[in-house]
Design a protein around this ligand. Structure first.
Ligand code: HEM
Length: 149
């Protein structure tokens, strides 16, 4: 007769690993970031699409106004970092589950890590260096609210 071990039975001492359990913290991160993302995403959608004049208010000046406010700078930074790392860690799980050869797995994981790093750097740069009225820009290239500055 074959005996199947209970799923939670302790691993034999030989294979028990020491140190930080990355997969466990990844699992916890998906749940914790998911909870915070519910607030960040629905807050973002409500303020941009529902409150005030709703979607009709969205234009360059609307975005410039939001990024001039430290509250939205912090909100957008959290949204960017938590969602991107959540999404790429989720895709990492799918790649680990479904790739059939170590080479495919390696290539896809490097592609996802590269895309994530590039997007985090570009997104963060946009949030912190965005200037709607760059000094010296031609008047016809900047919005009307920049006149006189
Ligand atoms: C309302 C906000 C969100 C909540 C509550 C949430 C929650 C979760 C949870 C709990 C998991 C783990 C599922 C599992 O391990 O079986 C997960 C997986 C995942 N999430 Fe999210 N998430 C949210 C937003 C997002 C966003 C914005 C993205 C994309 C950037 C995303 C992409 C993914 C991916 C790719 C996975 C892996 C799918 C899988 O394992 O089958 N999620 N999400």
């Amino acid at each position: 007769m074959t005996t199947i071990e209970a799923p939670r039975s302790p691993k034999p001492a030989r294979t028990r690993r020491r140190g930080i359990n990355g997969e466990k913290w990844g699992w916890i991160y998906m749940r914790a970031s998911g909870l915070v993302l519910v607030i960040l995403i629905f807050g973002h959608l409500f303020v941009n699409l529902v409150s005030g004049k709703g979607v009709n208010a969205i234009d360059f000046a609307f975005v410039a106004g939001k990024l001039a406010d430290p509250f939205w700078v912090v909100w957008d930074t959290l949204l960017l970092w938590l969602a991107l790392i959540h999404g790429s860690n989720g895709i990492r799980t799918l790649i680990n589950d479904y790739t059939r050869t170590p080479l495919t797995r390696r290539i896809l994981l490097i592609a996802v890590a590269t895309a994530t790093a590039v997007l985090l750097i570009l997104g963060t740069l946009v949030i912190y260096t965005f200037d709607p009225c760059p000094a010296g820009a031609a008047a016809n290239l900047v919005p009307s609210f920049c006149q006189g500055r």
